[in-house]
Design a protein around this ligand. Sequence first.
Ligand SMILES: NC(=O)c1ccc[n+]([C@@H]2O[C@H](COP(=O)([O-])OP(=O)(O)OC[C@H]3O[C@@H](n4cnc5c(N)ncnc54)[C@H](O)[C@@H]3O)[C@@H](O)[C@H]2O)c1
Length: 262
Amino acid sequence: MTRLTGKVALVTGGASGIGRAACERLAQEGARVLVTDINQPGGIATVESIGKSAIFQFLDVSQESDWVAAVEQAITSFGRLDIVVNCAGIGFSCHAEEIELTAWNQIVAVNLTGTMLGCKHGIRAIKQSDGGGSIINISSVGGLLGTSDLAAYCATKGGVTLLTKAVALDCAELDYGIRCNSIHPTYVDTEMLDPVAEMIGSREQMVSTMVRNVPLGRLATAQDIANSVLFLASDEAAMITGTSFLVDGGTTAGMPACHSAQ
Ligand SMILES: NC(=O)c1ccc[n+]([C@@H]2O[C@H](COP(=O)([O-])OP(=O)(O)OC[C@H]3O[C@@H](n4cnc5c(N)ncnc54)[C@H](O)[C@@H]3O)[C@@H](O)[C@H]2O)c1
């Protein structure tokens, strides 16, 4: 349990789902964690589940002043910053012709602008800490493939995919010792899917519909994603930057067989 001893991580969206699991997993391996979110009670619950090595800081990822305050808090409380996990995200589904401009602007602000600000302020603070580091952006399989009813979501997650590669190359060229990678989960049964379950009628029906798209035959868990966050945060991934790391149970590996009797 010492893969991240001495390291300090800032995680956005840490009050729930994948973000909470990532905070817990990083802390289990010795990191001190700044748990951030707009959901204060949820963030505090994450801190309580971790104990003394975590603190909560309110951070709306779309607000640059919040980012300045959050990285300052990490440095003041823990003395350094090594790892940033840009996990906060929102989604909505509708036909492309029905996208409301306010909803579009909001999803771009949180998923894409929020991740850009996390990279910008993460790089600055990690540089100050003088030891290199790792930035991990949670994208989606929707950042690699289109989905007909998720145009806005896919646009933001596709943006995160290429933002990540450009940031990785920039940091490498400038010799900062900072790696930047994106993670692309398939469906994960978190609060983000609550509206989908409601629309479909039940959680069980939603899960059984989604599982049909996952060759490994189950949805991902938040822990599956947190394990890949841990790997990319650790020195075991020292040679990995600019990659799109799939945690999709084979979803994007290819197409179903149709050339023989099944
Ligand atoms: N659940 C899935 O099926 C799935 C699949 C692929 C990718 N993802 C991505 O994983 C990430 C985490 O999603 P999740 O499934 O854990 O969802 P979740 O809804 O459980 O957690 C998202 C968190 O982000 C926070 N948040 C929302 N807006 C914010 C803002 N402006 N500033 C700071 N925090 C904000 C929420 O309060 C919440 O705690 C998201 O980026 C999502 O797009 C999820």
